[in-house]
Ligand binder design. Structure first.
Ligand SMILES: Nc1ncnc2c1ncn2[C@@H]1O[C@H](COP(=O)(O)OP(=O)(O)OP(=O)(O)O)[C@@H](O)[C@H]1O
Ligand SMILES: [Mg+2]
Length: 237
């Protein structure tokens, strides 16, 4: 599903003489239905890579094929369509709308698709159930939730457009280890039961162990591609 070859990304901060190469030629393939973790030190290029995989940004050079389509050459409008149709994002800073119910927060991405309100509500409820949020919380305002519950709403919002690819940047970074495990269990379930392809950035080795495979990035390069043999499965989610 994902095939990147020799991807580089250079940031020019206004002045071209202070350009910085955040990715220096990264290549890998991710198959449909894989659960991949990305690890690496701070500043190594993980989020940069994730933005490219998510069609939020274009590489400076290299090719990116998503479902056989060359994404690296698409216009901004075409990239926006790919994001809407195929990709769900879970960002570390979960920006739910304040003073707005959980359900409305999850319905929001569907507004632009011109889907009727009853159908939007139905899909939002399904996504919240898939993300493991208790139904009693659907009408809570987003400031009446715990960190783990907010993160589940963020996952539901990423799922509501039914994406085949879910990208998550440090989704457990702000959570205590118990809540982090529960959120991880949600990703595992989406992967195993719903067949979603998942790419997840994490600093924590015990989180990465839940994936099928771990890619290690350092100084803008892929330095290791490891299959996790003793994958930890979270039960009873
Ligand atoms: N928009 C930008 N303009 C200039 N430099 C940038 C920009 N975004 C990122 N960088 C630089 O690129 C490098 C990689 O950044 P990136 O955000 O990909 O790191 P990361 O691996 O996600 O780090 P962390 O674990 O801290 O989130 C860093 O040195 C960063 O300063
Ligand atoms: Mg980052």
């Amino acid at each position: 599903m994902i095939e990147i070859k020799n991807i580089t990304k250079t940031y020019n901060s206004g002045d071209i003489s202070v350009s910085f190469q955040a990715l220096k030629g990264v290549s890998f393939t991710i198959k449909d239905g894989e659960f991949v973790a990305i690890m690496g030190p701070s500043g190594s290029g993980k989020s940069t890579l994730m933005h490219i995989l998510g069609a939020l940004d274009s590489p400076t050079s290299g090719t990116y094929f998503l479902d056989g389509k060359d994404v690296s050459t698409l216009s901004d409008d075409e990239l926006a369509d790919i994001r809407k149709d195929k990709i769900g994002f879970v960002f570390q800073s979960f920006n739910l709308l304040p003073r707005t119910t959980v359900l409305r927060n999850v319905m929001l991405p569907l507004v632009y698709d011109g889907i009727e309100v009853n159908e939007r509500e139905k899909r939002a409820k399904e996504a919240l159930i898939a993300a493991g949020l208790d139904e009693a919380h659907f009408t809570h305002l987003s400031n009446q939730l715990s960190g783990g519950q907010i993160q589940r709403v963020a996952i539901a919002r990423a799922l509501v457009n039914n994406p085949s690819l879910i990208l998550a940047d440090e989704p457990t970074g702000n959570l205590d280890s118990r809540t982090g495990e529960v959120v991880l269990g949600t990703f595992q379930k989406l992967n195993k039961e719903f067949g979603r392809t998942i790419v997840l950035i994490t600093h924590e080795p015990e989180i990465a162990e839940h994936a099928d495979r771990i890619l290690f990035i350092k100084d803008g390069l892929l330095i290791e591609d490891k299959t996790t043999h003793q994958k930890r499965i979270i039960k009873n989610i």
